[in-house]
Design a binder for this molecule. Structure first.
Ligand code: PEP
Length: 253
């Protein structure tokens, strides 16, 4: 059974107080409404991780994730945070390969492969992001382009490791733009990726991998996107910063 996951990517937003307020509101709703079948993953900036984790406590269904980790194990890498350090603070997930990291920090497929390995070696669940630019979408080569991102960064994993990864398909042209892929476009790509995974790891693993959609998902369009058979959740940026919006997305699932 695939996990249904709604992950909030706070990016570089929210002060300590704002983060605590948002987390408390999400925790209270999970407790009040006894939500069990949709996993929420809160991915705040690094300094929030420990206090957010403390607030979440053992609330069923809520987990904490980082937005990035180092590809290195430890050592003289000022400003970096390793997967081992994250795991030691009780972090459960880590977003790897977000298009903003690929673009602004020049993270290559090769480096992302190392980050995924580091995350898995430390018991973290990688949320591996992939997605095409607008030029590539317009050229009609989006499917091979995104499949290659998976092949290049993930297909060196053993089957048992690959089975632990969560994929997030995020068309770059839809991130933070208010322009969402249609639910049919999302479904088409998710199915193509699932079939691609099956060619390497077999149908069982492909059918059990959660593939999230990301790109301007909000309370208004979530139900439609999440109704598609191969869409197993969402990676949410802007709409994860307000508890009402984030919780409405979860409820619409
Ligand atoms: C994201 O950053 O992963 C994202 C999907 O952002 P937004 O929802 O704001 O488009």
């Amino acid at each position: 059974m695939r996990k249904k996951i709604i992950a909030g990517n706070w990016k570089m937003n929210l002060t300590f107080d704002e983060g605590q307020k948002l987390t408390s509101e999400i925790v209270n709703m999970y407790k009040d409404e006894k939500i069990k079948d949709v996993i929420a993953v809160l991915n705040p900036p690094f300094p929030h991780l420990f206090p957010v984790k403390k607030l979440v406590g053992d609330t069923p269904g809520i987990f904490v994730g980082a937005q990035n980790c180092s590809d290195k194990e430890s050592g003289a890498f000022t400003g970096e945070v390793s997967a081992k350090i994250l795991a030691s603070f009780g972090v459960n997930y880590v977003i790897i390969g977000h298009s903003e990291r690929r673009e602004y920090f020049k993270e290559s497929n090769e480096m992302l492969a190392e980050k995924v390995k580091a995350a898995l070696a430390n018991g973290l669940t990688p949320i591996f992001c992939c997605g095409e630019s607008l030029d590539i979408r317009n050229a009609g080569t989006h499917e091979p382009n995104v499949k290659f991102q998976l092949t290049d960064s993930l297909f060196n994993l053993s089957a048992s490791d690959f089975a632990k990864v969560v994929i997030a398909y995020e068309p770059i042209w839809a991130i933070g733009t208010g322009k969402t892929a249609t639910s049919d476009e999302a479904q088409e790509m998710h199915l193509a990726l699932r079939r691609h995974i099956a060619t390497k790891y077999g149908k069982d693993i492909a059918n059990n991998i959660s593939i999230l959609y990301g790109g301007s998902m909000n309370a208004g369009n979530a139900a439609d996107l999440l109704s598609k058979p191969d869409v197993d959740g969402g990676l949410i940026g802007g709409a994860s910063l307000k508890s009402r919006d984030f919780l409405e997305i979860i409820k619409s699932y």
